[in-house]
Design a protein around this ligand. Structure first.
Ligand code: ADP
Ligand code: GLC
Length: 522
């Protein structure tokens, strides 16, 4: 390997920081460390609306531990706390050619304590807003297509500015899905980016970035790309569909969801395009950042505990009961929910079951979430109707999410579909038994309780209905009261589970290498 320093950045120091490494011919052996740029709209601890942020927060470190170099590029939203995370101005101005005009932005940078460099694209016009995707009324910003097209373009431009020649551009979800398209359509003859392979992760096929065709003019791709196998979808422009077409390799976040999304029922219209990818569409299960989500080290919960000593879990339950003004009684089973209140999560089904559950079972219930206004009103009112038995916090609170994982006895996820789901994996670690609908990643991560042998890690049901939720919660509650020996075994089994990022990162590495092969074969 020899190194060529490209002085295309704004200063020599910056160019030196990411020297452009040119491989000797034939040097690209299987073991060569990879350079990866992740393009994302969210990443913990900076900005988060869901599990995507957890994944992009943790995967780079696991890849780094395998010897790879990863940088992350994301927007600099108004809510990001620059001082807290030591985010500093890095490059200004940076011109980004959008096909119709050049737009200007600045770049800020921080280095996470463990090492992945994170670059923030600052654009007052596009990202200086309170929320990530929508206004306070939950209406999507009208310029979302242009905002996220700009993110993808800016990420590629940044690589050029700092002399970071990636082996892989890894785009996450529809917000970054145009990055593979830009690589192939715009950069095919670029000496630096022309041979770079692209990789798309679908975290949720329910969100595709579909817009009126008039927006096609704003994303800087020639109309020749507006065809039914590329970016056109029933007369509209579909970002995710475009990403699937242009990416050299596509994955989703669990093997079962990969299978499900090959079928018309579950793929929101994209099954034929995923099937067209053949072996180049795979499922890789998410891991968990156990430095954040493990009861023995969790700094946010009232008391720590472990498999060997569960006394701290009792304190967590008591404190949770206190916090929500529930009857303080360690013997009443407590059911917890932490979720976006979205159709995907099946909480409208729960709203049709929760009264029967609270009327007929001796249980307590706590929900943390926000989203759908009707569901916010319904669950927000529940504590008034069931004082001392139901608690609710409408909003976002990371601390409370940890408290519920730690203090509840069961964790309920009645999802209509679930690409992976992280909360059920967290809850396993906290000995909080998941009660889940058997779909997507919930199938892959929860083992069904067997009443004969006592084996398993939780309770799964098939049907997306209030009825099925009622009976499954009932099954878990009766196990809690009547088969306590089994309950205790299930808790031990659950806490012994490990969904490590180290294993998932190895699968990503393999998939990246396949993407590189695919790109070369073109
Ligand atoms: P999704 O990404 O579909 O929302 P996941 O289970 O993958 O579902 O991840 C959700 C993540 O967001 C978890 O880390 C969960 O704790 C967190 N989360 C969801 N809603 C809230 C909330 N209201 N407050 C705090 N954290 C939340
Ligand atoms: C999505 C999915 C969720 C998954 C997360 C992280 O938001 O809804 O199931 O765990 O992305 O991949």
């Amino acid at each position: 390997m020899y190194t060529v320093v490209l002085l295309i950045g704004r200063s020599k120091a910056r160019a030196l920081e990411h020297s452009f490494q040119v491989p000797y011919p034939g040097e690209l052996s299987v073991s060569k460390p990879l350079r990866i740029v992740m393009v994302t709209s969210e990443c913990v601890p900076y900005a988060k609306s869901g599990g995507l942020a957890d994944v992009v927060g943790a995967l780079p470190l696991a890849l780094k531990n395998l010897g790879h170099e990863v940088i992350v590029v994301m927007p600099k939203y108004r809510s990001i706390k620059t001082d807290k995370f030591n985010i500093r101005p890095f490059l200004s101005p940076m011109g980004v050619w959008m096909g119709d005009t050049e737009e200007w932005c600045a770049v800020h940078k921080t280095k996470s304590s463990e090492g992945a460099s994170v670059y923030f694209i600052e654009s007052i016009k596009y990202f200086d807003r309170d929320d990530l995707y929508h206004d306070s009324e939950f209406n999507d910003f009208l310029d979302n297509p242009r905002r996220f097209a700009f993110l993808s373009r800016a990420a590629l431009q940044l690589c050029k500015e700092i002399g970071f020649k990636p082996d892989i551009v890894h785009a996450h979800d529809w917000q970054a899905a145009l990055a593979p398209a830009y690589l192939k359509v715009w950069h095919w003859d670029d000496p630096m980016l022309g041979d770079v392979a692209s990789f798309l992760t679908i975290h949720n096929i329910g969100y595709q970035g579909v817009y009126d065709a008039s927006h096609f003019d704003n994303i800087g791709l020639q109309w020749g790309n507006f065809t039914s196998e590329k970016l056109e979808d029933h007369g509209k422009v579909n970002f995710l569909k475009g990403g699937i077409h242009y990416a050299d390799m596509v994955n989703t976040v669990s093997p079962t969801y990969a299978d499900e999304t090959r079928t018309p029922e579950m793929a929101h219209g994209l099954a034929p395009y995923l099937n067209n990818k053949g072996q180049n569409y795979v499922g890789i299960l998410n891991g968990v950042d156990y430095a954040e989500w493990s009861p023995d080290v969790d700094a946010l919960i009232p008391a720590n505990f472990s498999q060997d000593d569960l006394s701290g879990k009792k304190s967590c339950k008591r404190e949770l009961q206190k916090r929500f003004s529930l009857q303080e009684d360690e013997d009443i089973p407590l059911v917890g929910v932490v979720s976006r209140l979205a159709h995907q999560k099946g909480l409208d089904l729960l709203s049709n079951a929760i009264e029967s559950i609270l009327d007929n079972m001796f249980v307590q219930f706590v929900l943390l979430g926000s989203g759908d206004k009707d569901l916010e009103r319904f669950f927000g009112h529940l504590p008034v109707r069931y004082p001392g038995r139901a608690g609710c916090f409408i909003g976002y609170s990371n601390e409370l999410a940890h408290w519920i994982e730690a203090g509840a006895d069961m964790f309920l996820m009645p999802s209509r579909y679930e690409p992976c789901g992280l909360n059920q994996i967290y809850s396993l670690k906290y000995g909080t038994l998941p009660v889940v609908r058997a779909t997507g990643g919930l199938v892959d991560t929860v083992q069904q309780y067997d009443e004969i042998s006592g084996s398993g890690t939780g309770f799964k049901f098939q049907e997306a209905s209030a009825h099925a939720i009622y009976y499954s919660v009932g099954w878990a509650v009766s196990t809690y009261y009547d088969r306590r020996d089994h309950w205790d075994i299930l808790v031990q089994n659950a806490m012994a589970q490990r969904f490590s990022w180290d294993d998932s990162a190895k699968e990503y590495e393999q998939a990246y290498r396949q993407a590189i092969k695919n790109k070369r074969a073109l």
